[in-house]
Design a binder for this molecule. Structure first.
Ligand SMILES: [Zn+2]
Length: 319
């Protein structure tokens, strides 16, 4: 195995960073967007469970919003290639979703989900019933001790249990926690030499062996660039949610449950559109109006992100 010094690693990292920032003068265009409707088929996702819930299924809500988002993106950005991961109620392994995104060489991966949370159980009295109980007493002593059961009647309450709705509501945006990038690196490295430097114009760097230490270093640099872009679009989207008056819960990072975000060789975000077990959010997510608003919010964020990405560097004001 080739050994390289720390200084050489640092030099390479700086070198590739300068290559990618130099290429920002002729920035990469946003050409292909992958829109993923979370879950599907047997994988139902979260379900409305509180009392008097509409019993909405996350897989249906995500599909409806994803289809409307695809339509809205096509309408407002006709030059864009918009690829949905699914258009019907079918099961998809996260690996399959990631493969669709990578095979289509997406420039952005939008994952649409709905949130849930543990529900508290409440109880209420719905009536009473009369039951017989026994008072136990003893008579006599020693060998002659006898147990005496005296029956008596009591009224006891009959309770009914029910699930309380979540009080929390709103939309949150998620990106993969930056410090765990191994699968993201793998996704990048699986491109095997087809991987293009940002500008796509410099043929010297358009192919690279990622199985070398310097190749791995380059992949890390790219993982970092994706992370920054993911954070950028996530922040913009959160701002657009805020404008609708819905609670915007901010940009968050996590690792669990969003494997697909790090398995894609592109900037990637996950949108928890609302809480399916909050009555207000469930009605919003299940309504044509709410779904359409969410699709328009996402489209507005994509347009702002695209403009930012494609603007000449000196004219770019990131936020
Ligand atoms: Zn989900």
């Amino acid at each position: 195995m080739l050994r390289i010094s720390v200084a050489a690693k640092l030099f390479l990292a700086l070198f590739f960073l300068s290559v990618s920032s130099a290429s920002a003068q002729s920035p990469k265009k946003l050409k292909t967007i992958i829109v993923d409707a979370g879950h599907g088929g047997n994988d139902v996702g979260a379900v409305g469970q509180y009392e008097h819930s509409l019993r909405s299924k996350e897989k249906d809500v995500t599909l409806a919003i994803a289809l409307k988002t695809v339509a809205e993106l096509k309408k407002q950005l006709p030059e864009l290639n918009v690829v949905p991961t699914r258009t019907t109620d079918v099961f998809q392994d996260p690996k399959e979703k990631a493969k669709i995104a990578n095979d289509n060489k997406g420039d952005l991966f939008l994952c649409i989900h709905a949130d849930s949370g543990p529900l508290k159980t409440g109880r209420r009295q719905v009536g009473t019933r009369t039951v017989t109980r026994y008072k136990i007493s003893y008579k006599g002593k020693g060998k002659n001790k006898k147990k005496i059961k005296t029956p008596y009647q009591v009224d006891e309450p009959i309770y009914e249990h029910f699930k309380l709705p979540l009080t929390r509501n709103g939309t949150s945006v998620w990106i993969f926690a930056a410090h765990k990038t191994s699968d993201k690196l793998r996704a990048i490295m699986q491109e095997e030499g087809e991987f293009e430097i940002e500008s796509g114009t410099d043929s010297t760097y358009s192919s690279f062996d990622f199985n070398t230490p310097e190749g791995r270093l380059l992949a890390q640099v790219y993982a970092k660039l994706y992370q920054e872009k993911s954070d950028r679009i996530a922040t913009i989207l959160n701002e657009e949610v805020e404008k609708t008056g819905r609670p915007a819960l901010g940009v968050n990072q996590r690792q669990k449950g969003i494997w697909v975000l790090q398995a894609t060789n592109m900037p990637a975000i996950l949108i928890e559109t609302g809480f399916i077990n909050n009555p207000e959010d469930e009605r919003y997510l299940s309504s044509e109006k709410g779904q359409q608003e969410m699709a328009e919010v996402i489209t507005k964020a994509v347009i702002r992100y695209k403009n930012m990405l494609e603007a000449p560097k000196h004219a770019t004001d990131a936020r």
